[in-house]
Each structure stands twice: as structure tokens, then as C-alpha cells.
Design a binder for this molecule. Sequence first.
Ligand code: ATP
Ligand code: MG
Ligand code: MG
Ligand code: MG
Length: 430
Amino acid sequence: MKTTIAEVGKHVNESVTIGVWLHNKRSSGKIAFLQLRDGTGFIQGVIVKSVVGEELFEQAKHLNQETSLYVTGEIVEDKRSPLGYELQVTGFEIIQEAHDYPITPKEHGPEFLMDHRHLWLRSKKQHAIMKVRNEIIRATYEFFNDEGFVKIDPPILTGASAEGTTELFHTKYFDEDAYLSQSGQLYLEAAAMALGKVFSFGPTFRAEKSKTRRHLIEFWMIEPEMAFMDHDDSLVIQENYVQHLVQSVLKNCDMELDVLERDKEQLEKIKAPFPRITYDDAIEFLKKEGFEDIDWGDDFGAPHETAIAKAHDQPVFITHFPTEIKAFYMQPDPNNEKVALCADLIAPEGYGEIIGGSERIYDYELMKKRYEEHGLEGPAYEWYLQLREYGSVPHSGFGLGLERTVAWISGTEHIRETIPFPRLLNRLYP
Ligand code: ATP
Ligand code: MG
Ligand code: MG
Ligand code: MG
């Protein structure tokens, strides 16, 4: 019977055939161990000379890495293996013999691996990271569907940007200028006024000129937007959502977290509500920690975020940033106009900012004033101001970076490994 590695538990003590690639092997005079993968998982195939005969055994011993084949054998329980089963091979048929697969089990440098990303994805570690990524996406849809959100797809080709123009990708839209989306937020606000609670999940593009282990040029963002919601209630949604992601990965990716050698105890601790500190407190804390360069009015960089994260074993909200360093649409705090009703969520263990969110200005006159201050004019922006004219209501939203979140939950040091084909400064291939 044909099956997959993920399904072998249903075929214990039965003979099955699986389409596989040879991942690795070792052999002695009488027995060979084949590490096999089929995309759904990894299994060890055991091939014994006295069972399969001299000829097939010799052929098995000389199989090359990444050769594709159909193997047939009996599934038996094996408590010692991570999967819990192994395959006692009775025969195989080669589909294509591979020669000189470039990624050998020995260590390769990151540039070599990035050049071979199309093949590197086959490794056990990359496979595990992609499975964690998939689980986070699945759990995202689950969470927002259960909370009554409607998924909305904002445009990718836009005439305006939400956050400023320095990191925008410019393109032509027939005779007009267009930009690749950096955030769907302005459109999501319009959608929230139509559907109440909405979220988007899509690619965003930023021409980030700096090389860091946290920034991609093309990354995926989950952006919920909620009508009739103040910032404090938005924080509750954020922490419940993040807790749900962590718990889903712990529940459904146990084997992958083992492959990644992720410290699961760190993840098991994650429990909402998360601590909240104000920007003012954060500045004071950083000064005490010896950061002399930071002053009120500065945005935080990676070392600052890491220092704050290391003082907590939960994700931390930093709230009430200065209005002047945040986007034009953020609602000022009624108790202190100099700061905005906003927060960044900093992941534990130094993985950096995973969420940025805020309450949005809903007063027409104030938004109009912001337009004048920021020189926002023309058809690209007029429609957004109009949202404040017809039954404007308090509303809030946030954006969670998928790859940052995958990096944190999977324990992956560099963001380039959290997306199948990363776009980085100086890297457009493969
Ligand atoms: P940072 O301060 O790290 O540059 P940001 O404040 O510019 O991030 P936002 O505009 O708030 O980012 O975007 C929302 C979320 O998108 C961030 O919290 C982060 O998780 C993610 N994000 C932002 N820029 C990138 C990037 N270049 N690559 C991957 N994820 C990103
Ligand atoms: Mg940035
Ligand atoms: Mg930031
Ligand atoms: Mg931010």
C-alpha cells in the first residue's frame, strides 16, 4: 500500500511503499541504515543483507544522498527513534540517481547555504522551521476566525505609503507612480469601518538598507484592525494571540522543536497578561543599564530591545512612545499629548520587536491637522481622511511580523532561515 511518513502510524506491521529521498546513510557488512525523507517527515529504513539478498544490499550501500526512490518494507514500532517507527526495507526502486549533491552533512558557511537555498530547504533543520512557520500561520487563521474577524486582502500596489517614503519600493503603474505595500493598515481601517473586526495576512516590502539578523526586504505581516476598540483592549487581543501561537506550536510541533533544540521551558512559561512598561520607564531602565547614548525621543535599536527583553521572561509591551517618532495616524494620549497610545511588543531572549500597534486618530479635525503637518495630499490620501467624516469611531490595530515570530518561537538566530526564499540586501536569488 502507498503511504507517507506522516501516516506510518496507521500501518504498523503492514507492508507499505513510500516515495522518498535518501537523506543520509551508514552501513556495515551486513546491515545498512538509510535516513529517508518524503517531505512529510523523516524515517529510518533498515536494510539487512540476509533479508534482501546480496545484489540489492550492495545497491543500497552505494545509494547517493538525495537519490529519489520508492521503498517498500514493513513498518515496525521503534521507541528509540524520534518518529516512534522504523521501516524494515524489503525492496526499493530508484526513480533518479543523484550525483555529487552539493550540501553534504559537513558544515557549510551561510553564504554557500544561501546560494543553495533551493536545496538547503531539504535539510532537517529547515524542514522543522518551515513546519513551525506553517503552524503559526494555521494558528493565526484559527485565532482570528474564532474571535470573529474577517480576513481582508489589502492591495500590494499602492499610490501611497503608511509610514513614510524612505524604505519604499518604487515602480511604474502605467503612467503613474506606484509603490509596493509596506503595510495594509490604511486600507484595513477602511475595511474595519465596513466589517468591524478584520485582519490581513500578506507580503510587505521595505527597502531596508541595513544588514541585520532581524530585517528582511520582503516579509509577511498579520495586521488586525478593530472598530470600537481602544488601545488597552487591543493589547489584550495581542497577548492572547501571541500566547495562542506559542501554545499551538508547543502542542503541534513537538518533534520539530526537538530537531531545533528549542528550549521548550522558555516557551511553556509564556502566559498572558504580558508585562507593560512605558517608554519613559524603558528609557530610565536603559540609562541605569549603562546605555548612555539613548535619550528621550530616540527609537530603540536591537541592543536596547535585547536589554529590556533580558529583564523579563515574558514578551514585554513598551507603551506610550513619543508621538514624533511614530506614524502620523496614532492617537495622542489625552493625558499627555507628547506621547501616543501605542505599543511595541518585544519578544523574550533577544528576538526583538514582533508587534507594533496603536489606537488611531478618529477625530476629523486632528487628522486634518496631521495631514497639514505631514504634507499628505492628493488622491492617494484623500480617501483615508474621508473615513473620519462619516461615523468615525475609536479603533485600534497592530501588525505582527511573521518571520520575527517564527524566529523567536523556533529559536532561529537569523531571520533569513524563517522564510523559504529570503530577500535580503544584495540577495535576489535563488
Ligand atoms: P524595527 O523597529 O524592528 O525596524 P518597525 O518598527 O520598523 O520594526 P513596524 O513598522 O512596526 O516595524 O512593523 C510591524 C512588525 O513587522 C514589526 O514589529 C516586525 O515584527 C515586523 N517587521 C518590520 N520590519 C521588518 C523587516 N524588515 N523584516 C521582517 N520583519 C519586519
Ligand atoms: Mg523598521
Ligand atoms: Mg520599531
Ligand atoms: Mg514598530
